[in-house]
Design a protein around this ligand. Structure first.
Ligand code: NAD
Length: 264
């Protein structure tokens, strides 16, 4: 299948590791030109070096939780070219009892997980609409529709992203711009792998046993009973960005292995 992404200009925020980096790689393999973003020059430079073997990669360091950094990012992207695809991937999460989360932490969650996406969408959507092509893909989570008691602020930001996506799809109604959200479930990124490996070691359990037990007891509704791979999530994002997915608009695409027990 030709996804017709050749030479398209793509920005993936928070793409120096994890799902973001995997998404950059998948876009490059389809011939797109991709802008990597992270907070420091150093992490961006090393991701660009690593990913350059797959195609044309640019790097822009910016903290997308900050308005002034977003302004600079937008300016630098526009100097490279007209943006075709915006993937708002940056996201933070922490497992914390609800009562311990301070106002400052709540506000930080919204700055990093929601306002970053809202600001960049505000900057790039009008250009996409006037050129009559564009994709905005917001990386939410299954936690956005399945509230977990120890992840309430995180889950609320992801619900917000799902709403933002549908709302922006309405704004772009009648154009060839689509806006969707992607809802990954537990995904085996470098960061997650380290976290789980440490937890298994703390419990004195072999990693395989720890993971099997985790899915059996903590995520029993998962149909795949394993972590999704970064590639599985990345390839879904890339497909949604393709011309082939033009009729998928305003949707919340689950890539969570069936954790949500719902037919829709
Ligand atoms: P990760 O922590 O591995 O990578 C996040 C990237 O974002 C890093 O490169 C980090 O440097 C960058 N980043 C963080 N704050 C930033 C900021 N303010 N400005 C610019 N860059 C910033 O994360 P991940 O696990 O790959 O998750 C990516 C997205 O997928 C997030 O939105 C996350 O909520 C979502 N998600 C992940 C999982 C999972 O299991 N990994 C599950 C559901 C949803």
């Amino acid at each position: 299948m030709d996804l017709k992404l050749r030479d398209r200009l793509v920005l993936v925020t928070g793409s120096t590791s994890g799902i973001g980096k995997g998404t950059v790689k998948s876009f490059l393999q389809e011939g797109a030109r991709v802008i990597v973003n992270g907070r420091t020059e150093q992490t961006v430079k090393s991701a660009v070096e690593e990913l350059s073997t797959y195609g044309t990669v640019y790097g822009i360091a910016a903290d997308v939780a900050k308005a002034e950094d977003c302004q600079q990012l937008v300016k630098q992207v526009n100097e490279i070219g007209s943006l075709d695809v915006l993937v708002n991937n940056t996201g933070i999460f922490e497992v914390r009892p609800f009562a311990e989360v301070t106002d400052e932490e709540w506000l930080n969650y919204y700055q990093v997980n929601v306002l970053s996406a809202a600001r960049l969408s505000r900057a790039f959507l009008p250009g996409m609409m006037s050129r009559n092509f564009g994709r905005i893909i917001n990386i939410a989570s299954e936690a956005g529709i399945k509230p977990y008691p120890e992840l309430i602020p995180y889950g609320m930001t992801k619900t917000s992203l799902i709403t933002l996506s549908r709302g922006l799809a309405e704004v772009a109604k009648g154009t060839r711009v689509t806006v969707n959200s992607v809802l990954p479930g537990p995904t085996w990124t470098e960061g997650f792998a380290q976290f789980i490996t440490d937890l298994a070691a703390e419990k004195g359990q072999p990693l395989d046993t720890f993971i099997t037990e985790y899915f059996k007891h903590d995520v029993p509704t998962s149909l795949i009973q394993r972590y999704a791979t970064v590639e599985e999530v990345a390839d879904t994002i890339v497909f949604l960005a393709s011309e082939n997915a033009s009729a998928i608009n305003g949707a919340a695409q689950r890539v969570e292995g069936g954790i949500i027990q719902s037919i829709l």
